[in-house]
Ligand binder design. Structure first.
Ligand code: CDP
Ligand code: CDP
Length: 235
């Protein structure tokens, strides 16, 4: 059975990763959180005081970064590892969120991450979410979805998540963080956040997670059928 690539891009807190994980589980595909990779790089840069304006320091730091994902049996999720250490919780903190878009805008960082993501998807059979998956990482992805949602709804969702982890932030502070990341993500020179011309547009403001999953699964299922039909008729 031929497998496909599903690319889910869009703004923060639209439900990309929650949807992507469930779609991957339903299809028995691998889920890859590309944002976690940029967050892990950011954590390293923060801890090592890497100067973002110094291209040599950035290049040198990137050579010392190994990122991988390992399944956490206890929590039933895939955790992000940075140089062998589990950083899954640390990369989701506001400390990282506040600077991740600046780090992600650096061309050297993007080149390194995109190359690793493309290697991960070589066998297809993956669902990857991020900002540039359908445009730069896998322009040939069979299914592309671009998600957006109302900024206040997105901020409220993020606030609830942070609260569950014991981090309390005003809605306004979260809105500011989301707006500033949106701006940097959509205005950077290399692979900015933009809807691919062949991506399906989905506003998730008033959708449930189940509805989002259903929407992507329907698109994926018809593509998988189409791809395997083509294989049979052309053999
Ligand atoms: O989960 P959330 O939507 O808040 O963000 P994320 O997916 O964890 O991504 C964090 C940041 O990484 C984004 O705001 C982007 O600056 C960057 N990113 C990127 O540039 N390209 C990607 N493919 C994924 C994330
Ligand atoms: O990956 P992305 O940043 O786009 O969003 P997410 O991490 O999947 O979702 C952010 C939060 O919003 C999670 O707690 C989701 O459960 C929640 N969410 C929701 O409650 N309803 C939706 N329709 C979409 C997301």
């Amino acid at each position: 059975m031929k497998k496909i690539i599903i690319a889910i891009d869009g703004y923060s807190a639209c439900g990309k990763s929650t949807t992507a994980k469930k779609v991957a589980a339903a299809l028995n595909y691998r889920y890859i959180d590309s944002g976690a990779m940029y967050r892990a790089v950011t954590l390293y840069f923060l801890d090592q005081f890497v100067e973002l304006t110094n291209p040599k320091a950035v290049e040198d730091a990137l050579k010392n970064i190994e990122i991988d994902f390992r399944f956490n049996e206890k929590k039933g999720r895939s955790d992000t590892y940075l140089n062998g250490l589990n950083v899954e919780d640390e990369i989701r903190t506001m400390r990282v969120s506040q600077i991740v878009s600046q780090v992600s805008a650096l061309p050297a960082v993007r080149r390194a991450m995109v190359a690793q993501q493309q290697r991960m998807g070589k066998q297809r059979g993956i669902v990857m979410d991020g900002r540039d998956i359908g445009t730069a990482v896998f322009p040939d992805a069979e299914v592309k979805v671009f998600m957006t949602a109302d900024i206040t709804i997105r901020a409220y969702r993020r606030q609830q998540e942070l609260l569950e982890k014991g981090e309390m932030f005003d809605l306004d502070e979260i809105i500011e963080n989301l707006k500033s990341r949106d701006y940097i993500d959509t205005h950077r020179s290399e692979s900015p956040l933009v809807q691919a011309p062949d991506a399906y547009f989905l506003d998730t403001s008033f959708l449930t997670i189940d509805e989002q999953v259903e929407y992507v699964l329907q698109l994926a299922t018809s593509k998988i059928i189409e791809k395997n039909k083509t294989t049979i008729t052309t053999c």
